[in-house]
Design a protein around this ligand. Structure first.
Ligand code: UD1
Ligand code: CA
Length: 427
């Protein structure tokens, strides 16, 4: 199995944020999380080394809590990408195998692309393979410089490039596959004689050529995958690209997305075929939506939601951590949280499951069994169970369990004062 090194020590100044760059999120997952998941998803890598520096403790905590196969390695001070990789030397001194290098701020990279890349490295019997891409506007990227015969000569950074080199549109995507045993010595020999005075990882190409290693570039098919995040503008753009990709996947699988421009769905959500997602719907986190459901317009699913088949979630309905069984409807202005909702239930407009006690900070569960009808504008104060077939009258505040097939109602009786208005007017 291969190892990976994920560079994440840089400052991310342009994010203008107190949060480290790689811990910014797209939907409910961090940028770094997407990269680690993409690497793990190849099933070709068994261990990741995340290089941390700027706000190291926060990134270390994140990695430790979320990824058992990933270690963090501190780089302080940060003297460049080549210096960052050299931090791993003590850990991989005797390792013989492949090392994949990536950046922690490119969340759009996929396992498929990484697998293709590693396979290309193996097929070419390469020692150093760098991922390249062709960009109409290559500004700020390192340029791939090739020899007359097409072989790889070097990578030149924008700040070090001549005008001819700047005109090259093939760029360094910043992802590498290395035959570690043959390349590890390069990292103690890198120099800082460049415009930025840094140890450049890209200099391993020339080092490899000098040491007669097999050096290749592999051109990436889908350019958007290496989109890097440097600012909040980039973050929004990456969210848009990821969402477009996710929605296209759903539509290919038979989900109807009425308006892809106003629909936002976390890629961790699953949706069954023949489900219709109506405009202005926001779905974040891990959710499982069945077939033949109707969600939206203006619905918000917040994670941990399971909708069985034929469920309807309508406008201004928010659902969090809830299992809703088939043929149940919550069509208007409702909050359902920490709940188990049975099949064939009707939840009237304006129903709230009051699941949170802000004093004790405890969240409790609401259970609504099959065939229950909840009247409009009711509050179900958890923990509470509405047993099978029971009805709750409109405008009720339910604080005790309701027995099966009974009616519970807390509304004040209606009173009518006949001619009351006429009498007032005649006074
Ligand atoms: C780098 C490449 C460039 C490539 C581009 C792709 C070098 C010298 N240049 O440039 O050829 O086109 O990526 O995006 O490698 N980092 C550390 N420690 C450091 C410096 C950087 O961990 O000391 C991390 C950063 O957090 C970042 C990554 O390495 O995740 C890349 O660093 P960055 O400064 O963004 O490199 P670029 O100038 O974009
Ligand atoms: Ca830089």
């Amino acid at each position: 199995m291969a190892k990976s090194i994920i560079l994440a020590a840089g400052k991310g100044t342009r994010m203008k944020s107190e949060t480290p760059k790689v811990l910014h999120e797209i939907y409910s997952k961090t940028l770094l999380g997407y990269v680690i998941d993409a690497v793990n998803g190849t099933e070709l890598v068994d261990e990741n080394y995340v290089i941390v520096g700027h706000q190291a403790e926060l990134v270390e905590d994140y990695v430790k809590t979320n990824y058992t196969n990933s270690k963090t390695v501190l780089q302080s001070p940060q003297l460049g990408t080549g210096h960052a990789v050299s931090m791993v030397l003590p850990y991989l001194n005797d390792y013989k195998g492949e090392v994949i290098i990536l950046c922690g701020d490119t969340p759009l990279i996929t396992s498929e692309t990484l697998k293709t890349f590693i396979k290309a490295h193996r097929d070419m019997n390469s020692d150093i393979t760098v991922m390249s891409a062709v960009f109409d506007n290559p500004t700020n990227y390192g340029r791939i410089i090739r020899n007359a015969d097409g072989s790889l000569n070097s990578i030149v950074e924008e700040k070090d490039a001549t005008p001819e080199q700047k005109a090259v549109k093939e760029i360094n995507a910043g992802i590498y596959c290395l035959n570690w045993e043959k390349i590890k010595d390069a990292f103690s020999q890198l120099k800082t004689n460049n415009a930025q005075g840094e140890y450049y990882l890209t200099d391993i190409i020339e080092w490899g050529n000098k040491n007669r290693l097999k050096v290749n570039a592999h051109i990436l098919a889908n350019n958007t995958e290496i989109y890097g995040i440097n600012s909040k503008l980039n973050l929004a753009e990456a969210t848009r690209i990821m969402t477009k990709r996710t929605l296209e996947h759903f539509m290919t699988e038979g989900v109807t997305i009425v308006d892809p421009n106003t629909t936002w769905i976390d890629p961790q959500t699953e949706i069954g075929k023949d489900t219709v997602i109506l405009p202005s719907t926001y779905i974040e986190g891990k959710n499982k939506i069945g077939s033949h459901c109707k969600v939206g317009p203006f619905s918000h699913l917040r994670g941990g939601v399971t909708l069985d088949d034929y469920v309807k979630i309508g406008n201004f309905v928010e659902v969090k951590k809830a299992h809703i069984k088939s043929h149940t409807n919550a069509c208007h202005l409702t909050y359902i949280g920490d709940s188990e909702v049975g099949a064939n239930v009707n939840i009237g407009a304006g129903t709230i499951t009051a699941n949170y006690d802000p004093l004790s900070k405890v969240k409790s569960k609401t259970v609504i069994e099959d065939n229950v009808k909840i009247g409009s504008n009711s509050v179900l104060v958890a923990p509470v169970t509405i047993e099978e077939g029971a009805n709750v009258g409109a405008l009720s505040v339910i604080t005790k369990n309701v027995k099966k097939w009974s009616l519970a109602i807390t509304r004040a009786p209606m009173r009518v004062f006949e001619d009351w208005v006429t009498k007032r007017l005649n006074k």
